[in-house]
Design a protein around this ligand. Structure first.
Ligand code: ZN
Ligand code: ZN
Length: 290
């Protein structure tokens, strides 16, 4: 399997290494391509306090820095410019006009926040204490209701569109108690897969939870991956890297689970056929998983 990663966080948001260090490690590890996906700013639109998003006034600086890296690494490593954009219904999302108008190679759409009927907004992948509080105050302790709200938000984000890759589709498993999903959840998961397949949106097989939190499987696991396969959803493997050393982490597990789910190809970004490496040349091509 060729290695690449389109889900990468640097010191511009909550990552720990700079752009150049990521490029150097990706080059050393023979990556076919590397894409940067800073957490897009949300404060102005949501009012949420956050220390893990790009600051509003540094967006241009970030974009310039990735483009400069693309020029420095031309001929050695294909470097792409993206953002990971939060979806919070009615507040922020990848389909927002200001996001669509940015000159990016690609966008990842992700649901991290839930805004419950009661209580405060919270992140489903934050600390266990934050999740427990969101569950208790927002959903009266009903994990099914929380999970249904999460999957409902994922479906709403896909319907709204404006992005190329769906981030960590089953992120809630980071904190949720492991158990078999009920009929209602299975319906929502299938609906998300169906919407992705129709929209031609790529799902990532994201090893970030394995790398950073010791979760035993990628986002998503085997059963959801099988659902995605049945709905014709293409996939790309990413590390959700917050350090350069994360690049390629647990990709063998991702490969094994892809094969088990029936995927024999995954998408890798390609810049071939383009000498200038302009944003227009970003495309994802199928490569064998084996
Ligand atoms: Zn994310
Ligand atoms: Zn991320």
């Amino acid at each position: 399997m060729k290695y690449a990663c389109l889900h990468t966080h640097t010191v511009f948001c909550d990552g720990h290494d700079d752009i150049e260090t990521f490029c150097r490690v990706a080059g050393d590890r023979n990556f076919a391509a590397l894409g940067f996906s800073a957490h897009a700013p949300i404060r102005r639109k949501t009012g949420f306090a956050s220390d893990w998003h790009l600051e509003e006034d540094r967006l241009g600086e970030y974009m310039d820095a990735v483009r400069a890296a693309r020029r420095r690494w031309e001929g050695k490593l294909a470097v792409f410019l993206g953002l990971e954009v939060d979806y919070v219904e009615g507040l922020v999302g990848p389909a927002d006009r200001d996001i669509r108008e940015l000159d990016l190679d690609y966008r990842i759409g992700s649901v991290h926040y839930l805004v419950p009927p009661a209580g405060e907004p919270f992140t489903v992948d934050g600390s266990p204490a934050e999740y427990a509080r969101g569950l208790a105050e927002g959903f009266g302790g009903d994990e099914d209701a929380l999970a249904a709200a999460y999957w409902g938000a994922v479906c709403a984000m896909i319907r709204a569109g404006g992005f190329d890759i769906l981030g960590h589709i089953d992120l809630i498993k980071k904190n949720a108690r492991p158990r078999e999903p009920g009929a209602r959840l299975l319906r929502l998961i299938d609906e998300a897969a169906d919407l992705l397949g129709r929209a031609g949106i790529v799902a990532e097989v994201n090893t970030g939870g394995m790398i950073r939190y010791g979760i035993p499987e990628p986002y998503p696991g085997l059963s959801i991956l099988r659902t995605l396969k049945a709905r014709g959803v293409p996939v790309t493997v990413t590390a959700d890297a917050h350090r350069a050393e994360h690049l390629g982490g647990h990709y063998e597990t991702a490969r094994d689970i892809l094969l088990e789910a029936g995927y024999d190809h995954a998408l890798i970004p390609s810049a071939s056929g383009c000498s200038s490496m302009a944003a227009c040349c970003f495309k994802l091509v199928q490569h064998p998983v084996r």
